[in-house]
Design a binder for this molecule. Structure first.
Ligand code: SF4
Length: 168
């Protein structure tokens, strides 16, 4: 399976806690006003990369966990689900995923919801420019939730004011 990739950041500390390999995929239809990355809306931007190729890149960095961002990975849910499944089965890495859909919208879409069992954290919802808060960690507006989908891993503990929503 292939993913349309816009860019890859290595050992970034901007996309979740600690060092992370961040995959920025191409394509988004949410059209949030004030989007930080409008060039990522184009589904034809970037280039195709095989899941195997991305997995090799992720595995090559033993220090870094993984982040999926964009664009919106949920528009390429089957391929990201395959990548996330293999990351969880073949490495001990955590996965954070950003989406402009709400958690409830993801749950209502079987193709998107299939990714959730393989993710550690979903940061959900559109960016709302009128509510922008630059003090928030890892999100732009307070409607966006940092949702721990499973047990919260010790290395991902975020100090301070970020509300963590633990669903089970
Ligand atoms: S979901 Fe993210 S990438 Fe898409 S328009 Fe909104 S802020 Fe931009």
């Amino acid at each position: 399976m292939r993913i349309r990739v816009l860019d890859i950041a290595y050992q970034t500390m901007a996309d979740g806690p600690g060092f992370r390999t961040a995959l920025y995929c191409a394509g988004c239809r949410h059209a949030c006003k004030g989007c930080h990355n409008p060039q990522s809306w184009d589904f034809n931007a970037g280039s195709w990369m095989e899941v195997d190729e991305l997995l090799d890149i992720i595995k090559a960095d033993s220090m870094s966990n993984v982040s999926f961002s964009g664009g919106d990975p949920m528009y390429q849910a089957p391929a990201f689900t395959e990548l996330a499944r293999r990351i969880k089965e073949e490495t001990g890495k955590t996965i954070w995923c950003w989406t402009g859909f709400t958690y409830e919208e993801v749950l209502a879409n079987p193709e998107m919801a299939a990714m959730l069992p393989w993710l550690d954290v979903l940061v959900d919802g559109p960016f709302i420019l009128e509510e922008r808060d630059t003090d928030l960690l890892f999100r732009g507006s307070p409607n966006q939730r940092i949702i721990y989908l499973h047990e919260k891993p010790e290395e991902d503990i975020i100090p301070g004011t970020v509300p963590l929503i633990k669903l089970k």
